[in-house]
Design a protein around this ligand. Structure first.
Ligand SMILES: CC(=O)Nc1cnc2ccccc2c1
Length: 456
């Protein structure tokens, strides 16, 4: 159905577009496209605060930053496993008649670049990025159509030390922003659990992805619907029953009793929990057989970060995907990674009262007291800037009252006044705005050691 929004998208905005203005120019809709956001300065400060933590943690773990185009060939995402991410692909045909898509996730781009780099990159590859991802949803659900994801991936390490390192990096991030294991936890399982059950019922490999995608909906749609969909892809009644039972297993011990201790699923999970113990974040983890995640390509350990109050959607999620590369026609290579969105975490920080107070901070506001001293004021500004001091230069002649108001709004530390009398004596006036103490500084001092004489 066509989008049925009012002409102005029916949303609030600074200016509610009214009748056409001068001539026939129609006033534009000042809101961003449906499902997308602007980042005004205060929003951008919070985003930069969060993304800087992402980048600093990535650096602590020795990951290198990479980036890819937001626009990718549609073929990268046309997996046939019934995933929601595929149904909501923001895809179109470009002017060159190419099928393209705004990326809904970052992992396929990573795989593409790893394959492109081939033998020229040494293993293990440890890459991270923070990138905008897109989906096209009927706005009836009013959900966002874009968000930013922090992704970390380790390529070329088959053992669960890789997953242990990835989860450790997320724990580090949480700690840095004030989140503790009392606020969030990680549900951990392995898709090898499903694999081992399906093997018992000789279900063909190619159905694995589809089955996982269906099972991932276990908490979103009625279990009868799950059963119906599983049978529709060809699973027997017994296989369906066994699958649903194994998903309700409550502990690793019980899982071992059910699957035996020789399987890889139990071995991987036991090793991961023991590593978590040694690294010191086992309080953050819990085994939960019902975690499968909704991406078809996971093959082993899967995990998701959740809020213990159960109010929010998953904060982050990830796992091992050892066969993604062969779906792109390349040799398979062991791989695992996670995605961490920029939306749910902010909701959690709000809930916990942990949003940081981030105010604009400027070292100096410089103002000429007379019209003909504008040039001198600009010179003072460049002296200060050359010394690495931030300067708000008042660009028009304004009454002092206006300058003080502006200084307060931009949170300036110092007011530097360029006045005729002082200038004649080679001086400028300086007022420390926090203490209102004021004094005169020789222009030469400004030139020579401004930072010392003016540093608080
Ligand atoms: C909570 C939220 O904004 N989720 C979200 C928003 N936009 C997306 C866009 C693409 C893929 C996943 C997405 C997920």
């Amino acid at each position: 159905a066509a989008e049925t929004d009012s002409p102005t998208g029916g949303r609030s905005g600074a200016l509610t577009p009214g009748p056409a203005v001068a001539g026939d120019v129609q006033k534009i809709d000042v809101n961003p496209p449906k499902g997308t956001r602007d980042f005004a300065p205060e929003d951008m400060r919070l985003r930069n605060w969060l993304f800087n933590h992402f980048k600093e943690v990535s650096g602590l773990y020795g990951f290198e930053e990479v980036d890819y185009p937001v626009l990718e060939s549609e073929a990268l995402f046309t997996r046939k496993a019934g995933e929601e991410i595929k149904d909501q692909l923001y895809c179109f045909e470009d002017r060159g008649n190419r099928r393209v898509a705004l990326r809904p996730e970052l992992t396929p781009s990573l795989a593409r670049l790893v394959i492109q780099k081939g033998k020229s990159v040494s293993l293990p590859i440890k890459w991270f990025t923070v990138g905008q991802c897109w989906r096209y949803e009927r706005m009836t659900r009013g959900r966002r159509r874009e968000h930013y994801q922090w992704n970390m991936d380790i390529i070329g390490v088959p053992g669960v030390m890789a997953e242990a390192e990835l989860i450790s990096s997320i724990v580090t991030l949480f700690k840095r922003i004030g989140i503790t294991e009392l606020d969030v936890g990680f549900k951990v399982s392995s898709r090898k659990v499903l694999q081992e059950v399906l093997n018992c019922y000789s279900v063909p490999e190619n159905l694995f992805g589809k089955v996982c995608v269906i099972i991932d909906k276990i908490e979103k749609i009625p279990v009868d619907e799950i059963k119906k969909e599983l049978k529709a892809v060809g699973l027997s009644q017994e296989a369906v029953q066994e699958l649903l039972q194994v998903l309700s297993v409550k502990s690793l011990k019980e899982l071992e009793e059910r699957l035996g201790s020789s399987g890889e699923a139990v071995a991987d999970l036991k090793q991961l929990f023991s590593l978590a113990e040694k690294i010191g974040y086992s309080k953050w983890l819990q085994f939960d057989a019902s975690v499968v995640r909704g991406l078809a390509y996971y093959t082993g350990i899967v995990f998701e970060g959740f809020d213990r109050e159960g109010k929010l959607r998953a904060i982050c999620g990830g796992g091992r995907y050892d066969h993604l590369f062969s779906t792109f026609g390349a040799d398979d290579i062991a791989a695992c990674g996670f995605g961490f969105g920029d939306a749910v975490i902010v909701e959690l920080l709000k809930e916990k009262g942990l949003l940081p107070v981030l105010n604009l901070q400027i070292d100096n506001i410089v103002c000429a007291l007379d019209e003909d001293l504008q040039g001198c004021a600009a010179m003072v500004a460049s002296i200060l800037r050359e010394k690495g001091q931030s300067v708000e230069l008042v660009l028009e002649s304004k009454p002092l009252k206006w300058v003080f108001k502006r200084a307060a709004r931009i949170n300036a530390l110092r007011l530097v006044l360029v006045g005729n009398a002082e200038w004649q004596r080679g001086m400028v006036g300086v007022k420390i705005l926090s203490t209102a103490e004021q004094y005169e500084v020789k222009l030469d001092d400004l030139k020579i050691n401004i930072s010392e004489s003016l540093t608080l």
